[in-house]
Design a protein around this ligand. Structure first.
Ligand code: EPZ
Length: 421
């Protein structure tokens, strides 16, 4: 298994290209199941999760081409196989996003229940309840979701109230509603920018959607959707990760392609911590002004502070002046970076869904273990500022969501390398 070795203390500066958002690309790829015409996605990131989704769609029968050089994904053709098998779904829970499109267009789907993951149980009950409200008959059998629309009919529009704000459930039901008969209302819908990006792509395919960017989406079903070409939104989490990396080294980075509005509440938290964020013509400039200050954050659905930025921000707070209270409200087990950061000398006391971080003057390099995607990158951020050498093990977690992270950081001045293992 590959490892990444960092020797801390180097100030980062320069430009870092921000890639297309993983969490936009995955649902956008699923739209290929909603039409037999070509769906072309540009600004596509080369990530293992994207390859996994491509493999699943090919298994369904689509023609899938991913040209990483031109950053283009092309999807074409019709599905001939309606099963998403366990060995693919267990690798990536977002595979469940094929459920809505398969039901909407083919009236049937057999999708493995994703199961939990390191950060939480990650149920899909909201996806299933919404599809049942649209007329799907769903049975759980041997770890699979067996779903069908009775009598070979179509899903029916419905008013679906989410009892909890849920990004994936909103995406699945949004896609299903585009081909349903009648009107669907998604109330208390998630508002992540990736959902708006998906909605805009669906509009360009002929879908009829109102309320984009709000917590109430109204979709008028149509009989069919046509192909499209759609640029994938910049990855706000990758950008926020590099903003923390630059700031912890006292550096300055131009996050190429990023837009400030995509940061949501992270903008205010980073600024209060002492990181200046400036929107420029070709991206967002992130630079450390003076010292870093402890800032309290609570993760919330967008536009609140993103849960996917929690681990990275905690690494930054580990060397800030004063204390920071970090509360994780979205997932039940998203503090696995805490013991690893502690091994590097951070002073963190996690208790339930909150962690108090007391900033220290210096972290010390150490061998640490990656446990999930965002925890992995928080250890790299800490290693950039630590005294001595940090080796992050099990970086396959990292490759799911970050493209060439060590190359991008090295180009900005970090002393970092991947050790093939
Ligand atoms: C998406 O996951 C992202 N993944 C996650 O990013 C992100 O952390 C999460 O949204 C929150 O922003 C992708 O987009 C591929 P949810 P998702 O549905 O859709 C509960 C990363 O690091 N819930 O918004 O699975 C759930 O348990 C990943 O890139 C139900 O109870 O998240 C959680 O507590 C990690 N029932 C909350 O809702 C359901 O049916 C939010 O989950 C669905 C969700």
């Amino acid at each position: 298994m590959d490892r990444i070795r960092i020797r801390g203390g180097r100030r980062l500066e320069g430009r870092i290209a921000i890639g297309g958002a993983k969490n936009a690309a995955l649902p956008l790829m699923a739209t290929g199941l909603l039409t037999h015409e070509a769906v072309v996605l540009t600004n596509a990131p080369a990530l293992s999760d994207i390859a996994t989704m491509g493999g699943l769609l090919a298994q369904h029968g689509l023609r899938v081409e991913h040209d990483t050089a031109s950053r283009r994904i092309s999807l074409d053709g019709a599905a001939t196989d309606f099963e998403a098998p366990y060995d693919l779904v267990r690798k990536m829970r977002a595979s469940v996003l094929v459920l809505g499109p398969l039901l909407a267009r083919y009236g049937q789907a057999r999708v493995s229940l994703p199961g939990g993951c390191a950060i939480g149980t990650r149920p899909v009950d909201l996806h299933l309840k919404g599809l049942e409200q649209m007329g799907a008959v769903i049975e759980l059998d041997a770890g699979y979701i067996n779903a069908r629309v009775p009598d070979g009919g179509r899903l029916k529009g419905a008013r679906i109230l989410f009892t909890q704000v849920a990004a994936g459930a909103t995406e699945n039901l949004l896609m299903a509603a585009t081909l349903a008969e009648g009107t669907t209302e998604l109330v208390n819908a998630a508002r992540e920018p990736e959902i708006s990006d998906l909605a805009h792509c669906l509009l360009s395919m002929g879908a009829r959607i109102e309320g984009i960017g709000t917590d109430r989406l109204v979709i008028e079903g149509v009989d069919s959707l046509h192909g499209t070409a759609h640029p994938i939104l910049p990855d706000r989490i990758e950008a926020g990760t590099f903003a923390c990396a630059g700031a912890i080294t006292g550096g300055e980075l131009l996050l190429e392609g990023m837009r400030l509005d995509l940061f949501g509440a992270c903008t205010r938290s980073l600024r209060e911590a002492g990181v200046e964020l400036l929107e420029e013509a070709d991206g967002v400039r992130a630079r450390r002004l003076n010292g870093l200050h402890g800032v309290d954050v609570m993760t919330e659905p967008f536009p609140g502070f993103a849960t996917d930025m929690q681990a990275q921000f905690m690494a930054l707070m580990a060397v800030a002046e004063g204390a920071s209270m970090i509360t994780e409200t979205i997932f039940e087990n998203r503090f696995m970076h805490v013991p690893e950061l502690t091994r590097m000398g951070a002073r963190i006391n996690a208790h339930g869904s909150s962690a108090i971080v007391r900033g220290v003057g210096k972290l010390s390099g150490a061998p640490v273990m990656a446990t999930d995607l965002r925890a992995s990158v928080s250890l790299i951020i800490a290693g950039l500022a630590a005294e001595g050498e940090t080796v992050v093990n099990r970086v396959y977690h990292l490759d799911r969501g970050y493209e060439r992270v060590e190359q991008k950081l090295a180009a900005a001045g970090a002393d970092i390398e991947r050790i093939a293992g």
